[in-house]
Design a protein around this ligand. Structure first.
Ligand code: FE
Length: 735
């Protein structure tokens, strides 16, 4: 800009039209420098609005040119150090009197603006009492700060030139009732007194919400948007509601499925003991068939794959059941667990021994129900780490990386497309093999499956299908969505219910990736023949199928790679796995698994049976018995440390919709399509934030009050890019 202005000036060196049509308003700006952490204000720029002359184009007062702070003098008075800068505004000749001062802080630090005084005609002075922090405009997202001159007006006496500015300022001060207040904001709205208690310190610190009820009327307080304190509840994990919610918004959100047949069927043919009468009173008045017909019954199954391993697993000082949990979708779209069936291998005659545990809220039955949920959480933790996280993301992507390096030239556009999604994966997988999944490694030490861990994960690879890793296909398979024939719905599916945070955000990310991949492929491939005749792509795909995933080469579900559609589906699925799917199961580990009471990874004791010594011990002190079920202290610490390490973002992480500048190609059409992808992701971020504050979407926060951010594309705060942020979708599996 500066350069352009100079050039213009050089072309018209003789006359200076600005000189004849402009005049100058001089003034002084006072910044307090002794306030804590105040910047100098030196890099601020300022403009004036006229209070008397309207600009017909904007309907607001005429605007001056930008002015900057000139040299100043410092003085200290009563310990307060201030610096007074001089400033000159260039304004049109008929600018009139200044009515508002707009300040833009272009520096890195906020500064405290005390006042401004401007000399106008006849040596009159216009004063602005500011007394306010001015935050860097990068922090305020480009919002400037406006100050009005000291003259006061009733609304209908406001000079025409200031009416709009007055309105705008008020609207911004009211906010829109959403979002968490930031220090730099000046938004005022209302809330109840819901932040007085501190139940984290114990039940005696519980306090009721004041305001909004006949029982406890109270004046409203200013709304901060921060979580009510009495919801940061360290006992939240004990709730049935939170137990169900984590299956939709926790770190293992892709295991739950609709129950299609009752009672649940086993691969082995063993019969489930759950009876219709056990659960029917919990279905909001529906019969079981009615609830099933309405897609309201779900199951978290950790039974079939685990049963064959249990005898061996339990021979090693752990007590593990295979579990099946039935859940009911209530009319508020929260999931209520209604029965847990725990199974152990039996004799040759009865090949399974089953116990059904039903929900209870009081007495011994409530304690037993809590224990049953703990055993389910143990199953789910191990499945999460070995299957959802390690197998379904880290391990399955590696063959794609190798084939890409081997078969696609760096000149190939698909190589360029995929490259950022492979950053650090081979390295981190190698590291995992040397300390996590190896014999004697951390997973063997902390998971109930111990040395059988990787075998268990291999067992589940048998069920893995690449095509079913596409999110819409996965949701259809699990009965969590139905096909949507609407051609305007690019995902092709509709969720059974919207408050399934992983799936709802996931489908939006999925369609954004799909659109970007489609745009990109369309630029390089003119038709299906061009895919079939691309020898590098054909060799790449063949190697993935026949070598990298060679144990599955005979499966018929592999895409044929005969059309653009095949290529687009394969690339979209691969990018989805490497970016969003991994982020959804990885970066919440500290929040959920870092608290072993919520997700223990093994149990040392079974649930006590009546008539045994253990049962007597349990009756004496159920809480003590519960703690004795959990892992030893050292095992827990190791588990927490692992969850912490794995939840870290590295500081050089590159997020979805970003590419390092060194990896750019000179192709305007590609740049244009990539910009479109980026814009879409920025839009999704706004949508996620607004969904998280929508009181109807209760599963997004739950009683633990952890908002669902695992599929939020960026980690926007530069300072916190590294470390545990609980959000951000890196392009690749890098931890
Ligand atoms: Fe990971």
């Amino acid at each position: 800009m500066q350069e352009a202005a100079n050039m213009q000036h050089q072309r018209h060196p003789v006359t200076s039209p600005s000189r004849s049509r402009h005049s100058t308003i001089k003034g002084e700006i006072v910044v307090v420098q002794s306030h804590k952490q105040s910047g100098s204000g030196r890099s601020a720029s300022l403009r004036l609005y006229s209070s008397t002359e309207v600009d017909p184009k904007t309907g607001k007062g005429k605007l001056s040119n930008q002015a900057y702070l000139k040299s100043g003098t410092t003085k200290t008075d009563d310990g307060e150090k201030t610096r007074t800068y001089s400033v000159k505004f260039q304004v049109e000749l008929n600018f009139g009197n200044p009515g508002a001062l707009v300040v833009t802080n272009r520096g890195k630090k906020r500064f405290f603006l005390q006042s401004a005084s401007l000399q106008i005609q006849n040596n009159q002075i216009t004063l602005f009492d500011c007394h306010s922090w001015v935050y860097p405009f990068r922090t305020t997202k480009n919002l400037d700060r406006i100050f009005f001159a000291n003259t006061k007006y009733l609304p209908n006496q406001t000079p025409q030139a200031l009416i709009e500015l007055r309105k705008e300022e008020l609207i911004s001060l009211r906010g829109d009732g959403t979002g968490e207040r930031k220090e730099w904001e000046r938004i005022y709205d209302y809330d109840y007194y819901n932040d007085l208690g501190d139940p984290d310190k114990g039940e005696e610190h519980n306090r009721p919400v004041l305001g909004g009820s006949e029982l406890h009327p109270y004046p409203r307080r200013g709304r901060t948007g921060r979580h009510p304190s009495n919801a940061e509840n360290e006992f939240a994990w004990k709730d049935d509601e939170e137990f169900g919610r984590q299956m939709l918004a926790g770190i293992n959100p892709a295991r739950i499925r609709s129950l299609e047949v009752f009672p649940p069927q086993s691969k082995s043919g063993a019969v489930s003991l759950i009876e219709q009468s056990d659960i029917e009173h919990n279905l909001e008045g529906m019969t079981l068939p009615q609830a099933m017909n309405n897609w309201r019954i779900f199951i978290l199954g950790h039974h079939d794959y685990l049963m064959p391993f249990l005898s061996q697993i339990n021979s090693k000082d752990v007590c593990t059941y295979a579990s099946r949990t039935l859940l009911f979708l209530k009319s508020d779209f929260t999931l209520k667990p209604i029965a847990i069936e725990l199974s152990l291998p039996g004799s040759e005659v009865d090949n399974e021994i089953n116990w059904v545990v039903l929900p209870a809220s009081q007495g011994e039955a409530a304690a037993l129900w809590q224990y049953a949920k703990a055993h389910v959480a143990v199953n789910d933790s191990v499945y999460h780490q070995l299957v959802s996280h390690w197998l379904h993301t880290h391990a399955v992507v590696e063959p794609f990386i190798i084939a890409t390096r081997r078969q696609l030239s760096v000149m190939h556009p698909i190589h360029w497309l995929l490259d950022p999604h492979f950053k650090d994966t081979m390295h981190v997988n190698a590291l995992a093999r040397s300390m996590l999944i190896n014999s004697g490694g951390i997973l063997e030490k902390t998971l109930f499956s111990a040395e059988l861990s990787m075998q268990l994960s291999a067992e589940l690879y048998k069920e893995w299908r690449f095509d079913e890793q596409a999110l819409p296909a996965d949701l259809l398979k699990r009965g969590m969505a139905i096909e949507d024939p609407d051609p305007n719905n690019p995902s092709g599916v509709q969720l059974l219910f919207q408050d399934y945070p992983y799936a709802a955000d996931g489908l939006e990310i999925w369609t954004a990736i799909q659109a970007w991949v489609t745009d990109f492929c369309m630029l390089f491939y003119t038709d299906d023949v061009s895919v079939r005749s691309d020898e590098e792509i054909q060799a790449w795909w063949s190697e993935i199928r026949n070598v990298g995933h060679g144990d599955k080469s005979s499966e018929t579900w592999w895409y044929q790679m005969a059309s653009r559609e095949d290529l687009i589906k394969a690339l979209t699925t691969l990018i989805w796995i490497a970016s969003a799917l991994h982020a959804s199961v990885n970066f919440g580990q500290y929040a959920y698994a870092g608290y072993p009471l919520n997700r223990p990874t093994l149990c040392r004791r079974f649930i006590p049976e009546e008539g045994t010594l253990e049962y007597a011990e349990f009756l004496t002190d159920p809480d003590k018995y519960y703690l004795s079920m959990l892992p030893e202290r050292d095992e827990m610490i190791l588990g927490i440390a692992l969850a912490e390490v794995l939840s870290q973002h590295t500081s050089d992480e590159v997020y979805l919709g970003q590419r390092p500048s060194t990896m750019w190609i000179h192709n305007e059409q590609v740049s244009e399509k990539f910009e479109k992808f980026k814009r879409k992701l920025r839009m999704l971020e706004e949508r996620i934030e607004s969904k998280n504050t929508d009181p109807r979407l209760t599963n997004r926060r739950g009683r633990a009050k952890i908002p669902y951010m695992l599929l939020y594309p960026d980690t926007p705060n530069v300072e916190s890019r590294g470390g545990i942020t609980g959000k951000g979708i890196p392009n690749s599996i890098s931890i």
